[in-house]
Design a binder for this molecule. Structure first.
Ligand code: 5GP
Ligand code: ZN
Length: 140
């Protein structure tokens, strides 16, 4: 369940102290040490999974329910104007801690943060090629 030397395992299981907003059997929600905005929080499963690919289905199914509850709480208590959920998988996607975590980033008008991506371009053929790969019956 726990991975040796994983810092988020240690935080999630209380071996390293953190600013905890919520805890239950499956999750701990902590404040990010380097917050993008006021209230930037991380939902950590207590059981180690490196990323979304390895996340058990039960954990996956419960995490968005928890995120929704926290979202309402952040809106009501922090009076944020919006909220981004961010979840990075793999170094190429910006993941720096290899223990699954879901970022909850409250947003405030004029907060100066820039999350997101530069919109690209795709032809209908490009889109069709991806659709075909992702829906091919023998692919999985
Ligand atoms: P990632 O880039 O992997 O999606 O996000 C890792 C996040 O964890 C970063 O936002 C970083 O600030 C945060 N972080 C890294 N180490 C610690 C820590 O020891 N405690 C807390 N509370 N946050 C951490
Ligand atoms: Zn871990």
């Amino acid at each position: 369940m726990k991975e040796k030397d994983c810092i988020f395992c240690k935080i999630a299981n209380g071996e390293i102290p953190s600013k905890t907003l919520y805890e239950d059997e499956m999750f701990r929600v902590i404040l990010d040490l380097n917050p993008a905005t006021r209230g930037h929080a991380l939902i950590l499963p207590k059981a180690h999974a490196a990323d979304l690919y390895g996340l058990p289905e039960e954990t996956a199914s419960k995490i968005l329910v928890l995120a929704k509850e926290l979202a309402v709480s952040m809106r009501d208590r922090l009076h944020c104007d919006g909220l981004n959920l961010v979840q990075n998988n793999g170094e190429a996607a910006g993941q720096t801690v290899p223990h699954f975590h879901l970022h909850m980033i409250p947003r405030y008008v004029g907060d100066g943060q820039t999350l997101g991506w530069a919109p690209g371009e795709a032809t209908q053929e490009d889109l069709e090629e991806v659709r075909a790969v992702m829906t091919r019956q023998d692919a999985l």
